[in-house]
Design a protein around this ligand. Structure first.
Ligand SMILES: NC(=O)C1=CN([C@@H]2O[C@H](COP(=O)(O)OP(=O)(O)OC[C@H]3O[C@@H](n4cnc5c(N)ncnc54)[C@H](O)[C@@H]3O)[C@@H](O)[C@H]2O)C=CC1
Ligand SMILES: O=C(O)[C@@H]1CCC=N1
Length: 268
């Protein structure tokens, strides 16, 4: 299998970031055909179609909201042929639910990216059924152009991985805002607090990503014994406060995935 054409159904925030990443990685824009019943702006060189295509594609990428799966699946009957790999970024929607809609597809891939695809910095979780070895190589390459490819042995942890790596940017943005809000409450001017919080997180995560030290070791390198940082860490670490908060956060997000999975299963 080699991917020369991809139909995208649901060209929004997430798949828009993916296409931006693929274009930056050097995929030709002519690879992409985007379906939307009312049309939309697409990158130069990509094709926009308002009618359902009548021929099969190498890849069909599903990027609509999960509850809209059945609005688009029937229209894809000619676009999904026996050689087609269907890739879904739909949170919560299981492989079996996708196979139920796309019985003819060669393979189904659940692909969980995040918005950092646009920068080639998304950790991409993957699980598939029906995929050949050659297909796996191609899908891995697609994922690596957007960041990394993290294949899961089975689907069991997919919602948890979605909560961590797919929803994770949302939680991180909240953390940045919370740091700024806290500094602001303690007296710092609001805009300045926002700038400092954002630049601090950018620098700290870039450093952690390239450091020989783990995040835990880096925290120790910041904290002088008896100094200021240690006093702050004691608040986060006391009673496992931060871990407890984040466990609750991931738990709640993961459980919503399970509810969405149940909604996407067809009865009978
Ligand atoms: N936003 C994120 O950070 C992430 C989103 N996802 C998944 O990506 C999917 C899309 O989410 P977003 O991009 O955030 O939403 P979005 O609302 O930005 O994108 C959905 C797109 O579908 C289009 N659409 C609606 N009806 C359509 C139709 N009948 N035919 C073709 N296109 C149609 C809309 O115009 C819209 O552009 C969801 O399933 C979500 O679970 C996964 C990982 C991260
Ligand atoms: O909020 C959602 O359901 C999706 C999953 C990961 C990011 N957005």
């Amino acid at each position: 299998m080699s991917i020369t054409n991809m139909l995208i159904v649901g060209f929004g925030t997430m798949t828009g970031a993916m296409v931006e990443g693929w274009l930056k990685a050097g995929r030709p824009a002519t690879t992409f055909t985007i379906y939307h019943p009312r049309g939309k702006d697409v990158p130069d060189g990509a094709q926009m179609v308002t009618q359902w295509p009548a021929h099969p594609f190498d890849v069909v990428l599903l990027g609509v909201k999960p509850h809209m799966l059945d609005d688009v699946a029937p229209g894809l009957k000619d676009a999904v042929g026996p050689e087609t790999v269907v890739i879904s970024v739909l949170a919560g929607v299981e492989l079996a639910s996708l196979r139920d809609r796309f019985a003819d597809a060669a393979a189904i891939v659940r692909f969980m990216p995040n918005l950092a695809c646009a920068l080639g910095k998304s950790p991409n979780a993957l699980v598939a059924e029906g995929l050949s070895e050659a297909g796996k190589v191609d899908i891995t390459a697609l994922a690596q152009e957007l960041g990394s490819a993290e294949w899961l042995e089975s689907e069991g942890d997919f919602d948890l991985v979605t909560a961590l790596a797919g929803s994770g940017p949302g939680f991180t943005y909240r953390f940045i805002d919370a740091l700024a809000a806290a500094a602001s409450r303690l007296g710092l001017e609001e805009q300045q607090a926002g700038r400092l919080a954002l630049q601090m997180v950018e620098g700290a995560s870039a450093l952690a990503a390239r450091s020989e030290f783990s995040p835990g070791e880096l925290a120790q390198r910041v904290a002088s014994p008896g100094g200021m940082t240690q006093k702050g860490l004691d608040v986060l670490d006391g009673d496992d406060a931060l871990i407890t908060l984040l466990t609750d956060t991931l738990h709640s997000a993961r459980d919503r995935g399970a509810e969405m999975a149940a909604q996407a299963r067809r009865q009978g």
